[in-house]
Design a protein around this ligand. Structure first.
Ligand code: NAP
Length: 252
């Protein structure tokens, strides 16, 4: 094992991504994460700086960059920087994701493309780059943040649920291709988690979602991060191609 493990988390200026960084932070990890909100760069930079600070408080170190996961060239440059600085990638968490909801018949092509490009193509680009490095290392962990709706479907989320179902397919295929090189690939599928993404829902939509949760409450980002931490740990060495659901019983 290397002295320091290099961890890459996409979309970690806030929400679940930030919690994942904190759960993986320790003196023997070097974390890199990205974020990308062209609409409000100052607020996002401040949020990214806060994630960096919280990681540093745990004795680890995090470096952030504004990189759109949908832009393959920028993602390549991000990975080049990481390899230049550390020479490796031990853990990749594909977490960056967005929603652009609307009923299928009214869904704009642009909203379909945007969600698929960020949620699915972004994960493909990062996985392909990380896989090459991990195969040479003969070890590595990849965890993809999917969603319960990638398995169940959800009215108003044709683009989002398709992207997450695709991510589960990518997870299983990559798991089969990389297993012999000691690289595991798994997915965590959250249900309803309290973040900015779900805060944007109307009270009616929120209630409708929570009514489906036997535990009668939303989950916290830390609930998802705990599953990621486990899958990235030595204890999960023989687990690959799996989807772990973190959803308070919403889907069984
Ligand atoms: P969130 O609070 O909206 O945070 C999303 C993060 O992704 C932010 O850091 C954001 O950066 C980043 N991001 C967005 N577009 C990006 C892009 N093109 N390139 C790079 N980074 C980008 O969302 P969340 O609730 O934490 O969700 C995290 C993941 O969990 C997503 O994949 C989501 O689909 C999945 N998930 C969430 C829930 C839930 O209930 N919250 C349920 C199931 C699955 P900025 O801050 O710069 O915008």
């Amino acid at each position: 094992m290397p002295e320091k493990r290099t961890v890459v988390v996409t979309g970690a200026s806030r929400g679940i991504g930030r919690s994942i960084c904190l759960s993986l932070a320790s003196p023997d990890t070097q974390i890199y994460f990205n974020y990308f909100s062209p609409g409000n760069p100052e607020a996002e930079e401040a949020a990214a700086a806060e994630t960096e600070k919280l990681v540093a408080d745990l004795g680890s170190s995090a470096v952030s960059m504004s990189v759109d996961v949908a832009d393959a060239k920028d993602v390549e440059a991000f990975f080049e920087k990481i390899v230049d600085e550390t020479g490796r990638v031990d853990i990749l968490v594909n977490n960056a994701g967005i929603t652009k909801d609307g009923l299928l018949v009214r869904m704009k092509e642009n909203d379909w493309n945007m969600v698929l490009n960020i949620n699915l193509k972004g994960a493909f680009t990062c996985t392909r780059l990380a896989a090459k490095i991990m195969m040479k290392q003969r070890c590595g962990r990849i965890v993809n943040i999917a969603s319960v709706v990638g398995v169940t479907g959800n009215p108003g989320q044709a683009n989002y649920s398709a992207s997450k179902a695709g991510l589960i397919g990518l997870t299983k295929t990559a798991a089969k291709e990389l297993a012999a090189r000691n690289v595991t690939v798994n997915a965590v599928a959250p249900g309803f988690i309290e973040t900015d993404m779900t805060a944007a829902l109307s009270e009616k939509a929120r209630k409708a979602m929570l009514d489906q949760v036997p535990m009668r409450r939303g989950g916290q980002p830390e609930d998802v991060a705990a599953a990621v931490k486990f899958l990235a740990s030595d204890d999960a060495a023989y687990i690959t191609g799996q989807v772990i659901h973190v959803n308070g019983g919403m889907y069984m």
